[in-house]
Unconditional design. Structure first.
Length: 242
C-alpha cells in the first residue's frame, strides 16, 4: 500500500498548529499532515531567534524529501519566502504550494518602515498588557469582522496558547514590515501554486489576483461566504482544494 503524501501546514500569527485540525479532519487519510507550532507560538513560544530563515530551517528539517506546503496569512508569507529563499533551492522538495490569505510583502521601503514601527509598538503593548487583552483587541479588527461565533471563540482560545514574549518576538521577526518583498521574484516560482482567498476578504482577494498574474503556474479560488481566515470558516472547502 502506497504511503499518503505529506502536506506541511503553516499557521497564521497568534495561532498554533491546532488551528488546522478541522482541515486535517476533513482531508481524512488522503494526506499525512504536519502542522507544527511556529517559533513564537504555542509549544514553540520560547524558541529564539524568530525569523524567516530560522523557521524555514525548522520546516525543512521537519518535512520529508518531498512534500506539499500550505500556509495561511503569516504562514503563507513564510511558505512563500521558503519556496523562494536561496535562489529557490527548496522548490526541488516542494511538490506544490498553497497560499491562503497571504501577501508577498510590502513593495515600498516607506510602507515597510511604517509597518515595522506599528508592529514594534504592538509588541510593546502585548508585553505590557498580556495576551488576553491583546487577543480581544486583535479580534476586533475589520479583517475578522463577521466571523461566526464558534470560529471567533476557537480563534480566541488559540491566541491564549502563546506567551506575550513569543508573540512579540514573532511580530518583530516575521511581521510584514520585516519581510523582504517578493513581488519581483514571483515569476521564478516554477511549481504549481494554489491561491485561496475568502469572498469577504477584499484586500487579500485583490492581492491574490495580482499574484496570479505574476506566477507562472497559479490557480485562484475565492471561497464563497468566507472572510480572511478561510481555513477556520470553511475547512471543508480548504480541504477539498488541498
Amino acid at each position: 500500500m502506497t504511503a499518503p503524501a505529506t502536506i506541511v501546514l503553516l499557521h497564521g500569527f497568534t495561532q498554533t498548529g491546532r488551528s488546522w485540525d478541522p482541515v486535517v479532519a476533513a482531508m481524512g487519510e488522503r494526506y499525512r499532515a504536519l502542522a507544527p507550532d511556529l517559533r513564537g507560538h504555542g509549544s514553540a513560544s520560547d524558541l529564539r531567534p524568530v525569523g524567516f530563515g530560522e523557521i524555514a530551517a525548522d520546516v525543512l528539517a521537519l518535512a520529508p524529501a518531498r512534500f506539499a506546503l500550505a500556509g495561511y496569512s503569516m504562514g503563507g508569507r513564510i511558505a512563500l519566502d521558503l519556496a523562494l529563499r536561496d535562489g529557490g533551492a527548496a522548490q526541488q522538495r516542494i511538490e506544490r504550494l498553497t497560499l491562503i490569505g497571504a501577501s508577498p510583502g510590502l513593495r515600498s521601503a516607506g510602507e515597510r518602515a511604517a509597518r515595522r514601527a506599528a508592529d514594534d509598538a504592538l509588541a510593546e503593548q502585548i508585553l505590557s498588557g498580556g495576551v488576553e487583552a491583546f487577543a480581544r483587541g486583535w479580534a476586533a479588527q475589520p479583517l475578522f469582522a463577521d466571523q461566526p461565533p464558534a470560529v471567533a471563540a476557537a480563534a480566541h482560545a488559540e491566541r491564549l496558547r502563546s506567551t506575550p514574549e513569543g508573540l512579540a518576538a514573532s511580530l518583530c521577526g516575521t511581521g510584514t514590515g520585516t519581510m523582504e518583498p517578493l513581488w519581483e521574484r514571483l515569476p521564478r516560482l516554477r511549481l504549481p501554486v494554489t491561491l485561496i482567498a475568502g469572498e469577504r476578504d477584499a484586500k487579500f482577494r485583490a492581492l491574490a489576483e495580482q499574484m496570479a498574474e505574476l506566477l507562472p503556474d497559479a490557480t485562484l479560488h475565492v471561497v464563497e461566504g468566507a472572510g480572511h481566515a478561510v481555513q477556520l470558516e470553511r475547512p471543508d472547502a480548504v480541504a477539498a482544494l488541498l
